[in-house]
Design a protein around this ligand. Sequence first.
Ligand SMILES: Cc1cc2nc3c(=O)[nH]c(=O)nc-3n(C[C@H](O)[C@H](O)[C@H](O)COP(=O)(O)OP(=O)(O)OC[C@H]3O[C@@H](n4cnc5c(N)ncnc54)[C@H](O)[C@@H]3O)c2cc1C
Length: 414
Amino acid sequence: MTDRTFLIVGGGLAAAEAAKTLRAEGYDDRLVLVTDEARPPYERPPLTKAYLRGEAAADTLLAQPVSFYEDARIDLRVGARATALDLAQRRVRLSDGATIAFDGLVIATGARAIRPAIDGAGRPNVHLVRTAGDADRLRDAARHAGTAVVAGGGWIAAEAAASLAQLGLAVTLVVPGEEVLERHLGREIGGRFSRLHEAHGMRVVRRSRVEAVTARGVRRSAGGVRLAGGDHLDADLVVLGFGAAPVTELGAAAGLEVARGIVADERLETAAPGVFVAGDVADAWHPRYGVRLRSEHWDNARRQGRTAAKNLLGRSEAYDRVPYFFSDQFELGMELVGRPTDDADVAIRETGTGYVALWLRDRHAVAAMHADTWDARKPMTALVESGAVVDRRAFEDASVPLDAVGAMAVAPAG
Ligand SMILES: Cc1cc2nc3c(=O)[nH]c(=O)nc-3n(C[C@H](O)[C@H](O)[C@H](O)COP(=O)(O)OP(=O)(O)OC[C@H]3O[C@@H](n4cnc5c(N)ncnc54)[C@H](O)[C@@H]3O)c2cc1C
């Protein structure tokens, strides 16, 4: 036993997984986890889904039970912000005045929701959704509201809009493109999501941007939004889903390189030896794609937390996972693997319960998504991981088993 200190900064899934993995891998020395939120590390996906709708209690969000930290001898500091990182002295200063010297560090500071610089974005009853507190405020506001405008073309907007509609509000979703989620899934699959939302009574306003949040009443609370063309949409509450920005300032002020996030190699180590990144804040070299990637995905946070912990212990594990994402909207559940790109062709297989979409570039599978077809996950992941050449017609033919379509395209003719 030595007297090392490993420090983890962050209160999300990446931080929790790093802590858990260090102990599981036999690290027995001092372990400190610092989060500026008021609760132990927790998971965010339910914040726009079951938790927002009041169907899941707050403790179900926790990445680990509260007792875990004590049982695992983790010095958990909640409500403490890491304010300065000194790489030369290898120590971190906290907002409560404490200083922690470390031998190894994981920066898992995640991302924060972007409040756009549009008129009225700071009015009462304008909501962003990133933290449990944000979801609590939105749920409370929804209780007293009849109508909502949700602006944004991404996952947070689509999920929050669906949940508000499920809570009984009349919801208008304003998207910048032709379709809901078009930027992530392309026009064809995005169109299916637009129709899903419309089938549940929501209004989707396409090719539109919110230019301002207008005011109502003496509190000058949100009363609706003005669109770029001048139209006004009335609403009792407004949700802005304008994306998230990585929380890089701790690393940046210390001199770590920042690009789309804090820059790291494929082992998730920054240019400072022993200083690792994980999760939404990490802009790490991805050997599979030959580029640096920053992902805002639950699975990425979980697995990068594990990899960072192992490498902190001296392993040399490259993070080369194919991206995985999931979402629930209304009754639809979906999973996505890989990276859909604009230059790929999309093939679709109707499955009876839903569908499977495959993105093909030069006939190679680069991404796949299923909607309500849970047994597709394994074969579609295998197709994307192997980058298989796929016969489009075989893929679209639901009578051909999904795990056979890759092999068919490469089988010799005749
Ligand atoms: C509403 C919502 C719904 C989502 N739904 C899905 C989904 O359905 N599927 C999916 O795959 N992904 C989803 N995601 C994405 C997923 O939740 C994120 O990728 C994941 O939370 C990233 O985890 P993280 O630990 O890297 O960062 P975060 O979860 O952002 O945690 C970072 C933590 O560090 C704290 N922190 C920051 N700076 C400091 C500091 N200086 N000192 C101390 N603490 C600090 C922050 O306050 C925060 O608690 C969703 C995200 C949101 C916001």
